[in-house]
Every structure is written in C-alpha cells, then in structure tokens.
Design a binder for this molecule. Sequence first.
Ligand SMILES: [Zn+2]
Length: 137
Amino acid sequence: MDPTGAWSPTDGHAHHVGRSSRSAWVLRSLRVCDARGVSEQLPEFPYHPDPVATGCVEKSDATCLSCEQARGLIYTGPVYAVEELVDCLCPWCIADGSAAARFDAAFTDHLPVYGNVSEAVVAAVTTRTPGFSGWQQ
Ligand SMILES: [Zn+2]
C-alpha cells in the first residue's frame, strides 16, 4: 500500500509519447521524400485516356526531342512526320501540341468516321493525342 511505488507512471508515459511522436516525424519526412520522387502527373488525353495501359507511353529515361528533358515517360506509338521520330517524344509535348507543331507531326493517320466531327476534334486527336497501332476498332 505504498502510493509512491517503485514504478513511475509519469516517466513511462512520457517515454512512450516521445517514441511515437518521433516515428510520426520520420513517417512525415518519408512522405515528403516520396512526393518529391514521384514524376509529374501524366497529362490528360480525352481521346486516349490511358496511354500507359495501351502501351504507347512507357517508362523510359530517354530524352524528349521536343522539350529536351528526360521526364520518365516516353511515347512509343506511331509518329507520322517527315523526320523519323521513334521513342523520342514525351507525352507532355504531345498533350500541349508542341511536338506536333515542332515536327509537323501527327500521331494518328486515320480517324474512324463519326459523322459530324469538327476540325478541332480531328486536330486534337491527330496532333495532341497519342496514337496506337490498333486505333481502328
Ligand atoms: Zn517533351
């Protein structure tokens, strides 16, 4: 019946809190590192929503001929241009149209006929959308 017993609940508690807040801190810094390591978000292609799944955008450390950066992903699908452009354009340059403009390139040579397709849509699909060999359905 000794209230000032051998063990000290206060100390024990303090140590425990110290340890868990330290691991929370480590976890937080790991997350920050992770966020830095993740490459940029793939641009959105409304007419070809997942070019990685279709295999025409692949992980690569190749340098893009258009923006001259190695951004971690490279377009591997067909390019219709005067120059031979194989596996050397990044999806970002396709998405913003700069690759098509710079090399006078298209990525799809023929569109399925939908009836009333506006020029703008045709331009978006042929010059700002990754093409792939099996485009025709
Ligand atoms: Zn690029």
